[in-house]
Structures are given as structure tokens and as C-alpha cells.
Design a protein around this ligand. Sequence first.
Ligand code: AMP
Length: 203
Amino acid sequence: MRIVLLGPPGAGKGTQAESIVKKYGVLHLSTGDMLRAAAQADTEIGRKIKQTMASGALVSDRLVIAAVVERISQDDARKGFILDGFPRTVSQAVTFDDVLHTEHLELDHVVELQVDEKVLLGRILIRVNEAKERGIAQRADDNQDSLKVRLDAYRAQTAPVIDYYRARGVLKSVDGLQQIERVTADIFRAIDTAASPKVAMRR
Ligand code: AMP
């Protein structure tokens, strides 16, 4: 099963992706996590990624697509995956479709977590406090300035991805403002009841 999970920063994609992994036994592929790992490298490209991420802006399509293509070609991705945080631009979505088509693979589900923007800042601040309490390093982009850039990027670059999948009739929207367990239940229902509306890869 191949799933794409979309939603603004702070919508709970990571938390929900973990539940999906447990239930369906797929691999969790978070482009944010992949890029945070790449940003550790003390190289020009590593430093550039780190700087871009800290600002809240999107990393270049070319880099992200290369990372995803490389990752999904590995053996453990054969059992299926959930993409969390990708595609984030229409260009990424279109290229991803082409890649899947070339590999004779299909997307099974695209799920959008709908969350009112006004609650996102509060959610991110909770995440910051939790990280502090648990002694976990704080994300460099979990602050008010970067969050504004992240939300602007979401509105301008990622919201059109939702329209892209909606136009294909494959988008399932779930109310992400409910309690975590209810959001999870709605996602499971969306996945289980969808008559596997494979995304047509030929355009
Ligand atoms: P996330 O952990 O999904 O909130 O992503 C954290 C940051 O990683 C984003 O603000 C971007 O800078 C970068 N990033 C993650 N996924 C992508 C993507 N698909 N395209 C471009 N940048 C991304």
C-alpha cells in the first residue's frame, strides 16, 4: 500500500503516520526526517539544507525528489510506504507520478489532514514545550518567525498539491482538529472504505 499524507505544519502528520505504519505495516518516509539527517553533514550541501530548513522555506524540489526516489527504490520500501511531508509542491507531485509510472507502481491513497491555521501555532508551541520537558533537542524551525514562513510556503506551494489530487478524485479529507484517536479512526476508515482509487499515473 502506498499512501501520501498531506497537511500543514503542526497538523499531526507524524503522529498519524505512526498509527498508519502500525496498522498497515508500511514504511514511514518523512522527507523532513530525511532532510534533517542530510543537514547533519558538514558539507556545503548539508549546511545549505540546514539553513533553508531553519528559515522555514522549502528545500529545492531537485534535492527532495532525488532523496525520495533513492529511498523508495530500497528493498524495505517494497512492502509499501506512507509519505509524510511529500509532495509539497505540484512539481514534486508531477515528477513523483512520473517516477511511479516508470516503476509500474501506483499510489493507493492520498489523505489530507484539515486543520484551521489559527490552531497551528498553539500546537507547535506545545511541541516545543514537550521537547523541552523530555530533554529532546528543539527543532530549529519551531519558532514564530520560521512558522510564518512554513505556513506561507504551505499556502502558496503545498495547498495546490491538494487541489492537484482532488482534481483526480483520489483525495480523502479528514478533520484534523478532532482528538488524535478520532483523527486516526477517520483515516483508517478513509483508507479501508476507499475502493483503492489508484491514482492514474498517465497524464
Ligand atoms: P517537516 O518535518 O515535514 O515539517 O519538514 C521540515 C522542513 O523540511 C520543511 O519546512 C522544509 O524546509 C523541509 N522539507 C520537508 N519536506 C519537504 C519537501 N517535500 N519539499 C521541500 N522541503 C521539504
